[in-house]
Design a protein around this ligand. Structure first.
Ligand code: BEZ
Ligand code: FE
Length: 282
């Protein structure tokens, strides 16, 4: 076959992949070809625009290393990560809603006992975080693994700074499914925007910010692992999260208190805040 033109080339490429042995490879290839060709027909790029697109993707790849995953940021900022998350986590009523993992999770975070302060050298408003882990029927889950990680009061994760791991920990829920810990209140922050994804956001007239949040990854035998955040109520960016990750059900007040006795009996000489969330696993 030869002499393809703009009207015949799509069918020709589709025919070429029809012999793929793996039906999933065939399905994904066919959809990719159909949608990519439709995109090109709709936008009718000039040769220079096509080259700019190639250069954008090349820069995106070159930006990636062990610490920076620019393709995930691209997926996040185009809403693809949350679409994949939604398709893969159609939650039954009552299950805690999921959101993006993000690039700052570290496998095997340091283990702490419940009640520990995980803020390390971080400064800011002291925050006590507490909650429970249960099944959909409310039965407490003892011994659940609770990984938490969050940005500091300046909006940076520990892995973005030189030094120790801070604001990052692994806890186990107690016999009643409860856990609590101390840290400092995280700030809203911009995602890394010094690369091609930042250039794209600027060209699209978008800001790079995420509302303040704490990440949770909670797992227990026989349960689907939950990856979510708890966002700060009232944050300026709840309605414009750059990665489209906010859901009403995972917003809670980070309640401020004057100096006094905290819920766990700790004497607080200065103002502090508390945050509570009860997680329900499928
Ligand atoms: C985060 O919340 O850590 C995050 C999520 C997506 C992109 C960048 C950061
Ligand atoms: Fe985050």
């Amino acid at each position: 076959m030869r002499n393809f033109d703009e009207f015949t080339i799509t069918e020709a490429v589709l025919e070429r992949v029809a012999a793929a042995a793996d039906p999933r490879v065939r399905q994904v290839s066919e959809a990719l070809i159909r949608h990519l060709h439709a995109f090109v027909r709709e936008t009718e790029p000039t040769q220079a625009e096509w080259m700019a697109g190639i250069e954008f993707l090349t820069r995106t790849g070159h930006m990636c290393d062990a610490k920076r995953q620019e393709f995930i940021l691209l997926s996040d900022t185009l809403g693809v990560s949350m679409l994949v998350d939604a398709i893969n986590h159609r939650q039954p009523a009552g299950a805690t809603e999921t959101t993006v993992l993000g690039p700052f999770y570290v496998e095997g975070p340091p283990a702490f006992a419940c009640g520990a302060d995980i803020s390390g050298g971080m400064t800011g408003l002291k925050l006590q975080v507490g909650g429970t882990v249960s099944g959909l029927d409310g039965t407490p889950i003892a011994g659940a693994t609770i990984d938490v990680w969050h940005a500091d009061a300046q909006g940076f994760y520990d892995v973005q700074r030189a030094g120790d791991l801070t604001g990052r920990a692994r806890f186990r829920s107690d016999a009643e499914g409860r856990f609590h810990f101390w840290t400092v209140r995280p700030a809203a922050y911009p995602i890394p925007h010094d690369g091609p994804v930042g250039d794209m956001l600027e060209a699209q007239g978008r800001h790079p910010y995420r509302p303040a949040h704490i990440h949770f990854m909670i797992s227990a035998p026989g349960r689907e692992t939950l990856v979510t955040h708890v966002f700060a109520a009232g944050d300026d960016y709840l309605d414009s999260d750059v990665v489209f990750g906010v859901k009403d059900s995972i917003i809670r007040p980070y309640v401020e208190h004057a100096a006094g006795t905290a819920p766990d009996g700790r004497a607080m000489t200065g103002a502090y805040a508390t945050l509570a969330y009860d997680f329900r696993l499928k």
